[in-house]
Design a protein around this ligand. Structure first.
Ligand code: NAD
Ligand code: DAU
Length: 328
């Protein structure tokens, strides 16, 4: 199968592109190379990279020519950035999805939308979201992802596009841009920098290794039903438990931990039921304790990957997001 992987120079998309290439599929990556895109994520693999925007029909036509399927990872993906400025989230996550769907419709291509458990919103203790549950997004990011999902479902029903949706949990692993909880706190801990815990740190997330997330998306690509939605869940942990593990694995001092002003609109808990995907034969291979140990070891080894990122635009973003929280 020939597959266009959009956002394939980003964190999860690069794991997926390399996975398909290893399986013998023909892969082309379309990626705008925003701050989060990094061609080094594809190093060692012979995967063509077309630099372009999913919201640009010409770039999509160029990259998708001859492809049997499109798997859309391209997105503005960071909640905190969507709180500072949401425009690019609408352009990419909603309008970009529309452009890709138009292409899939015109060329009869299989389509998979890589979505998120955040579209279900905050889940009370003891409850897990199933795929038919209403969408209750809390942040501009999750609202833009929900908008993308709804476009997909409309194109299935109205235009008969052969599309499915995966909704994954919080993903961690090598090659994650150092702005999310695990990648940021690990690299900060390795550098002896503060770890800015939002609010009380008692929020809960499900954590899944990128390889297990990609295995789920591959199954959705190959076996998912048109209009089918598939949750891809992980192990639930409180943020403070995750942070404890990072401290233990890096050997960093507990003094680095700083409780700071909370994220606006912060969801307390995500939880999803992955029974439907398990029914296709999916099961995660990584236990969280092993996966986070492997991930922290990777960041400790690969300063050559993340140190150059923590400069320029990154520092400007970091100041805007954290200076007022961390400075007395
Ligand atoms: P990421 O931010 O690491 O990578 C996003 C990639 O998309 C980057 O390479 C970027 O350059 C590219 N991109 C952004 N806008 C583009 C555009 N207009 N045209 C083409 N390329 C563009 O993101 P990630 O964490 O790897 O997430 C990938 C997908 O998985 C996203 O759709 C995200 O919503 C979803 N997801 C992420 C997680 C998570 O925990 N990271 C969990 C569930 C779902
Ligand atoms: O649930 C899936 C989603 O997971 C994906 O759709 C998103 O693309 C991805 O960014 C992620 O969103 P979260 O907002 O849950 O992830 P993040 O790593 O930003 O935050 C995880 C938790 O850690 C959350 O409760 C906020 C907290 N946090 C995060 C950062 C960056 C902190 O306490 N301090 C921080 O500096």
């Amino acid at each position: 199968m020939k597959v266009m992987v959009t956002g394939g120079a980003g964190f999860i998309g690069s794991h997926f592109a390399k996975r398909l290439a290893t399986a013998g599929d023909s892969v082309v990556v379309l990626d705008k190379l925003t701050y989060a895109g990094n061609p080094r994520n594809l190093e060692g693999y012979d995967i063509p990279l077309v630099v372009g925007d999913i919201a640009d029909p010409e770039a999509v036509a160029q990259a998708a020519a001859g492809c049997d399927a499109i798997v859309n990872f391209a997105a503005e993906s960071h909640v905190d950035r969507s709180i500072l400025a949401a425009g690019d989230f609408i352009t990419t996550d909603v309008y970009g999805t529309h452009v890709l769907l138009e292409h899939a419709r015109a060329h009869g291509q299989r389509y998979v939308q890589v979505s998120t458990d955040e579209v279900y919103g905050d889940l009370p203790p003891g409850e897990s979201a199933v795929e038919g549950d209403p969408l209750m997004p809390s942040s501009p990011y999750s609202a833009s992802k929900a908008g993308g999902d709804l476009q997909v479902l409309a194109y299935v029903r109205t235009h008969g596009v052969n599309a499915s949706i995966s909704r994954g949990a919080n993903t961690y692993g090598p090659f994650q841009y150092p702005e999310k909880l695990i990648s940021l706190f690990t690299t900060n801990a390795l550098d002896g920098q503060p770890l800015p815990v939002y609010g009380d740190g008692r929020q809960r997330r499900e954590w899944i290794h990128a390889e297990d997330h990609c295995a789920g998306i591959e199954l959705v690509l190959r076996q998912g039903e048109p209009g089918g939605i598939y949750n891809v869940g992980g192990e639930e942990r409180e943020n403070l438990d995750v942070i404890e593990q990072i401290l233990a694995l890096t050997g960093a001092s507990r003094d680095l931990l700083k409780h700071v002003a909370d994220r606006a609109g912060h969801d307390r808990r995500y939880s999803i039921d992955s029974t439907r995907l398990r029914g296709l034969g999916w099961a995660p291979k990584w236990k969280f304790a092993d996966g986070i140990a492997q991930t922290v070891a990777w960041y400790a080894e690969r300063r050559d990957w993340w140190e150059p990122i923590k400069s320029g635009e990154y520092l400007a973003y970091y100041r805007e997001q954290y200076a007022h929280r961390l400075e007395p």
